[in-house]
Design a protein around this ligand. Structure first.
Ligand SMILES: [Zn+2]
Length: 490
């Protein structure tokens, strides 16, 4: 995505997903106009997450955090600075991250004896401490997560998807056996998939990355991949089985039950603000964002409709206050818009911001003890009796959440192509994009050439990919065990 310059109050263009620049303009304008985020021009690649965007992130964090705790993890905080010698200890790790690391070379008015990296990820710092904290098999498994910011240098910004500094969580765990570490890797991939689908209404495919796409220093990497409306894939969370690579580099050993001193097995897994961008791209429409109710900062906006008489005006405001109070008591994030702007203006504004449900309270409806409820996703309107508002809103929230997921899933299904020849493959990548399932022999050479010629990469070897039985590689015709998932990616 390019970074178009947008006038702050610019009109929201339609969500045209057929053309990269148009889609980018919709995405960027919707985010700025809805006050989720803003650019910080003096430092390219950075952005501000404004209060509305940060509330959204906090709701997402809460959904993930409770899943981490339910699977036995505890939160902690580790230092931002990583000594260069730490990064160098795991050869592949430093090689993979070197190009995007920002270094601190001077501090306190003098040159540092050793350069400090601003963490691009924290395997090495965790490794350093785990070697001190783990002594015996009784200390295992060690399951720690941290919520933090990291820096991976970028020259241009695409809100949430591509920024130099971003927010994320990184889990780092150490285990007694390879099997346990592998189980953990898959468990957290499952947590990510469940979170994306349940909270964000974002359907994902899970699977293993090829060697070429693996995390630097991992034995195997797994990810969840979502299909964006322009037919490109977004890697939305990764879980790595690190084998004993970091245990060896940082000498993380423990005394096992049999008295032997062994190396631990480690994992790491991360999800970032990137998935927030994926969620926005997926659900929004020509009128702006559409937020899934489970994470929306405001789930219901209540708009009072002005009345002519004083008596009606006070009836409207009483009803608005009562509805807000009852919804809040039921745990709904509800808010009334008391500003003096016209109702039509307010409708547009809250639609732009993606609030899933709107209640209009006006004198005409109130005369029969009703209010009007409008869904953001379908724009469907209905009259609801005031005594039944809470119940109906709870039901509609569930419905909106479910239909956003169904819509995204139907889109993905319609845009997942099964192809058997390279000609078909190229035609799909050129005309439609989307996910393509095709046989691949396992050679990095075929993978590299396909990428060069079509810009499509192997997103994952999906779970259950072997079910189709063996076939032949679309690129060189050699025997292939499974169909893998290709796409152009963000
Ligand atoms: Zn091949």
């Amino acid at each position: 995505m390019a970074t178009p310059q947008i006038e702050f109050g610019g009109q929201l263009p339609p969500k045209d997903t057929t053309e990269g620049e148009a889609f980018s303009r919709w995405y960027t304008t919707a985010i700025r106009r809805s006050e989720l985020a803003d650019y910080f021009e003096p430092v390219g690649g950075t952005m501000v997450i404004r209060p509305y965007g940060f509330s959204l992130w906090e709701n997402m964090q809460a959904g993930l955090d409770h899943r981490f705790k339910a699977t036995g993890h505890k939160n902690a905080y580790f230092p931002l600075f990583v000594p260069e010698s730490f990064l160098k200890r795991e050869a592949k790790h430093v090689e993979g991250f070197a190009p995007e690391v920002a270094w601190v070379t001077h501090a306190g008015g003098e040159e540092l004896q050793e350069r400090l990296a601003i963490r691009p990820t924290s395997e090495t710092i965790f490794g350093h401490f785990y070697s001190k904290w783990i002594q015996s098999w009784r200390d295992l498994p060690l399951l720690i997560n941290q919520w933090a910011n990291i820096v991976r240098w970028e020259k241009r910004t695409v809100f949430f998807l591509r920024t130099t500094e971003f927010l994320w969580q990184e889990g780092h765990t150490a285990h007694r056996t390879s099997e346990e570490a592998h189980e953990e890797t898959m468990r957290m991939l499952g947590v990510y998939a469940d979170f994306a689908e349940t909270e964000l209404a974002l359907p994902v495919v899970r699977g293993e990355k090829t060697a070429a796409e693996r995390f630097a220093g991992a034995d195997s990497t797994y990810s969840i991949e979502a299909l964006m409306p322009d037919g490109k894939a977004l890697q939305s969370g990764t879980s790595h089985f690190l084998g004993q690579n970091f245990a060896r580099a940082f000498d993380i050993t423990f005394l096992d039950q049999d008295g032997q001193r062994n190396l631990v097995w480690t994992t790491s897994w991360g999800m970032s603000t990137r998935i927030l961008g994926g969620m926005l791209m997926t659900h929004g429409d020509d009128a702006g964002l559409i937020l899934p109710p489970r994470v929306a900062p405001t789930q219901v906006i209540i708009v009072p409709i002005p009345a002519r008489s004083e008596e009606d005006t006070s009836r409207v405001s009483e009803a608005v206050s009562r509805v807000v109070k009852e919804l809040t008591a039921a745990g709904v994030r509800a808010e009334a818009d008391w500003t003096d702007k016209r109702p039509g203006w307010k409708f547009n504004e809250w639609e732009l911001k993606g609030v899933p449900l709107r209640i209009e309270v006006g004198p005409r409806d109130l005369a029969s003890d009703h209010v009007t409820v409008v869904r953001r996703d379908t724009r469907a309107k209905e009259q609801v009796g005031v005594p039944g508002v809470v119940e109906r809103i709870l039901q509609l929230s569930t419905d909106v959440q479910a239909s956003l997921f169904e819509r995204a899933l139907a889109f993905r299904q319609a845009n997942t192509h099964v192809v058997d020849t390279y000609d078909e493959f190229k035609a799909v990548m050129q005309d439609q994009r989307g996910f393509v399932q095709a046989y691949w022999c396992g050679s990095a050479d075929c993978e590299g050439r396909i990428k060069e010629e079509t810009r499509a990469t192997i997103r994952v070897i999906p779970e259950g990919a072997a079910a189709d039985g063996p076939g032949v590689c679309i690129y060189d015709g050699r025997p292939a065990a499974v169909r893998v998932l290709f796409a152009q990616a963000y």
